[in-house]
Ligand binder design. Structure first.
Ligand SMILES: [Zn+2]
Length: 832
């Protein structure tokens, strides 16, 4: 399929004004296809001109333009030519469309728990034409009237309020003008919980088999929803414009959630079936708030072209954290951001695929998607925090309000947004935006202290800018220091040069631990001093500032990836500080990162078992002291379940014996245990299937696939590889779970044959797997055989010119991580 280019989009936007869409979807035609009847009314500024409508149909039955029939077979590359347009036009297209199984388009999934089918639309970024005929670009907005025919027992929700007008027929209320990619319909035997707030009808929906967790979590989700509405109403000064507000938890969703106006879709793992840690609840609250902020920024005002998509995400990323801190119980949301979101973003910044936050020319829609990453979210949000430090908060919010008001129901650009902030603040942002938004990479921040008699004599903040990407970024941040848990020094500074004196620190006692960017206000590589690094095992557990601890952990992770901190030194800090950690986000993320990234990537294979045993011992230590049912207890139990080699304990837990309090009947926890047993070859296929029989659900089936792929035997690997890379109709989630288990092996020999196969078999999947889904598969399935041979194959593959953009992007990132692992092993491999 051709991807829409910027030039084409500009030309079509100049030519057309879309007046309305009427879309009738017939979802009662079985499991494979659905009917789609679209009527588009649109004006043309140059009568007689030609254009095309986007249409990706299984078959096109009839097409008429202004009453004249067109050839329904004339579609080429997803485009149906329209010639000789009138000033006012009516296009009617009747087509048959295919359901998708890769989370893009109208996705259909069968719930194994009850064999019921669920459908949801995810039309981001260019999947709308696979559901209805449209002019698919973000700046051709129009109101929608949608009618859905569905099986009798189904419920339908969508962008407009749904009314069942007769058995099996649902009319959705006329919407406000929407971009094509925001249109959604969710249909199936969904179960629902309803509420209302400030005149806004609220709905939560999920698969019938998730009724119990939906009802258990509804109060918490509604609470965050209501608080977010109040907060954003106050902050933006504009009422929520899209009528009802539905949040639908859908199966096999690629992203976290999608901000469809009036009908947000979420991955349904957010309805935690078993016990949830506090940071898991925080993450969900953050997503709820994030999507809601898009109702204004993204939905009410939409970017003109995909190259400004980052602005939506940076803004929502910033606003959701701000909202959580100011309006909910999650006052530590920025701590979570430091250890989750910024760790992700710094990873993106380390990769050769890094790019400026903004201004990356996206010549077509698909290439824009490649820049939609941790830079767009985490770095963009950090840049907005620096922008606020630069212009003032009141001025920033005044600019945001003006931008949202001026561009309501229309489109904006970065220039429009910055112009509004400049007007509100009276500050020229040319130099600032060139340095922060238009230049890739990050500065390194460190602090140089000189002491005399235990007192700081001089202190300097050092800013190093990448030589190959020069920029003059001003940073506002603070530096703080602790000794034995007492904060002995803190100063806030704005650096605009390579060295800035920190006069405020003079005369303070020399701290044992010094943390640049302690409140995490800026975006930079934080370089800890050697003395701070050496002191961390003893000192970090005593530092009372959770935000600063998160910055330290993030800097340590960065250091391991950059081969400046050895994995052993990292694990020393884990052993000393992790069991005493009191912040839930730091606790769960550090253990998960240690188990799933630090050990398998950076510790040589021969010493991985010892490292995992150390982690398991830390888990057992915390499990012994943590209050039953607490986040600490749960995080500790998960670490033991995943890392322990205690067969008797694992077997007992898998069979439901001697479980820590709160984990009885927790199917998701049991799968962590079974995965460990499978990876060690302590259960076989029949054993895995027996656990699946106890949890015959969508999630259970996915976990069973991962466990089968994890089995350390050649037959299991062969089966898993076939299922992963063959055309077996596997869903996006199934492929990712197969990939997640596959590279588990006691030694490289078991999986070595699959390394070259990866580089041919996986890129070839672009034939039948959508780009969004495949980009994840490429990353997760990348060989975990950290060897020069893998790097050589990877380099040669990247020289190919036939890789799709998503495959190439994910390969570049996975390749960069392989090289980080190899560099770390070369530097520290001999260390014990
Ligand atoms: Zn978003």
């Amino acid at each position: 399929m051709r991807s829409l280019t910027l030039a084409e989009a500009r030309e079509r936007a100049a030519l057309l004004t879309v007046t309305s869409y009427a879309v009738e979807l017939d979802l009662d035609q079985g499991a494979e296809v659905f009917g789609s009847l679209t009527t588009v009314r649109f004006a043309c500024s140059a009568p007689g001109a030609d254009t095309w409508v986007d249409l990706k149909a299984r078959s096109v039955e009839t097409v008429s333009l202004n009453g004249a029939d067109l050839d329904p077979t004339a579609v080429v590359d997803g485009r149906l030519p329209l010639t000789g347009l009138a000033a006012e036009n009516e296009l009617v297209v009747a087509a048959t469309m295919a359901y998708s199984h890769d989370g893009q388009g109208l996705h259909r999934a069968t719930d194994p728990a009850d064999q019921r089918d669920y459908v949801y639309g995810h039309l981001f970024l260019d999947a709308a034409p696979s559901v209805y005929a449209c002019f698919d670009q973000p700046d051709l907005k129009a109101p929608y009237d949608v009618v859905v025919r569905a099986p009798l027992e189904w419920t339908v929700v969508g962008n407009g309020a749904a009314t069942r007008t007769e058995a099996g027929t649902w009319h959705l209320a006329t919407t406000k003008p929407l971009a094509t990619y925001f249109v959604t319909v969710c249909a199936g035997p969904y179960v629902s919980v309803h509420d209302e707030h400030d005149g806004i009808p609220l709905g939560l929906h999920a698969r019938a088999s998730l009724r119990e967790p939906l009802e258990r979590h509804a109060a918490e989700i509604f609470d965050v929803t209501k608080r977010s509405f109040d907060y954003f109403h106050g902050l933006f000064g504009i009422r929520y414009p899209f009528g009802e507000y539905h949040q639908v938890f859908v199966p096999e969703f690629n992203a976290g959630a999608m901000e469809n106006p009036g009908c947000v879709t979420f991955r349904d793992q957010y309805l935690y079936r078993g016990s949830a840690t506090r940071d898991e609840l925080l993450t969900r609250a953050n997503t709820v708030s994030h999507e809601m902020s898009h109702m204004w920024f993204g939905d009410l005002v939409t970017m003109k072209w995909w190259d400004d998509l980052w602005l939506n995400e940076s803004f929502a990323e910033y606003m959701s954290h701000r909202c959580l801190v100011e309006a909910t119980e999650y006052a530590d949301a920025w701590v979570d951001s430091s250890i989750v979101r910024k760790v992700w973003g710094y990873g993106a910044e380390r990769s050769p695929s890094t790019h400026p936050v903004a201004g990356v020319e996206a010549l077509d829609a698909q290439s824009a998607l490649q820049n939609f990453d941790g830079i767009s979210y985490a770095k963009g949000a950090a840049a907005l925090r620096q922008l606020i430090a630069h212009v003032g908060d009141d001025q920033f919010i005044a600019g945001v309000r003006a931008y949202l008001t001026d561009k309501s129901y229309a489109n904006g650009t970065l220039a429009d947004f910055l112009g509004a902030i400049e007007a509100a603040s009276g500050t020229d942002l040319g130099a600032w935006s060139r340095a922060w938004l238009l230049t890739a990479d990050r500065d390194t921040l460190s602090v140089r202290l000189e002491e005399q008699g235990g007192v700081i004599h001089s202190a300097v903040a050092v800013r190093e800018t990448p030589a190959d990407r020069p920029a003059d970024r001003p940073h506002t941040f603070d530096v703080a220091g602790w000794t034995d848990g007492v904060e002995v020094a803190r100063v806030t500074t704005t650096v605009t040069a390579s060295e800035t004196a920190l006069d405020g620190l003079q005369g303070a006692p020399e701290p044992a631990v010094v943390v640049p960017n302690a409140s995490d206000l800026t975006w930079a590589r934080v370089q800890l001093s050697d003395s701070t690094l050496a002191a961390l095992p003893g000192q970090l557990p005593l530092v009372p500032d959770q935000q600063a601890r998160a910055v330290v952990w993030s800097a340590l992770i960065d250091g391991v990836h950059g081969a400046t901190v050895s994995p052993d030194a990292f694990l020393d800090v884990v052993e000393a500080a992790w069991p005493k950690e009191t912040n839930s986000s730091i606790l769960t993320r550090v253990s998960a990162y240690s188990e799933h990234r630090i050990v398998p990537y950076f510790v040589p294979r021969a010493r991985q078992a010892d490292s995992l045993a150390r982690l398991a011992a830390s888990g057992r230590a915390l499990l012994g002291t943590a209050p039953a049912g607490s986040t600490e207890s749960l995080a500790a139990a998960r670490l033991v379940a995943g890392a322990s080699d205690d067969e008797a304990l694992l077997r007992a837990w898998a069979d439901g014996d001697s479980l820590p309090d709160g984990l009885q009947d927790d199917g998701d926890f049991r799968w962590i245990v079974v995965r460990n047993l499978a990876a060690r070859g302590l259960v076989d296929v029949a054993g895995v299937e027996s656990y699946r029989a106890k949890d015959d659900t969508l999630q259970g089936g996915l976990n069973a696939l991962m466990c089968r792929a994890s089995l350390p035997d050649p037959e299991a690997k062969d089966w898993a590889w076939q299922q992963l890379t063959g055309r077996h109709g596997r869903s996006n989630y199934e492929m990712v779970h197969l990939a997640r288990g596959f590279w588990n092996a006691p030694d490289d020999a078991l999986v070595a044959d699959y390394v070259p196969r990866y580089f041919t078999d996986v890129p070839a999947m672009a034939e039948w797997v959508g780009e969004d889904a495949l980009s994840r598969v490429v990353l997760v399935a990348f060989p975990k055989v950290f060897a020069d041979e893998t790097a050589g194959l990877s380099a040669r593959t990247l020289e190919r010119d036939d890789l799709t953009p998503a495959v190439r992007r994910s390969l570049v990132d996975a390749d960069a991580e392989l090289r980080e692992a190899l560099a770390s092993r070369a530097t520290f491999g001999a260390a014990v």
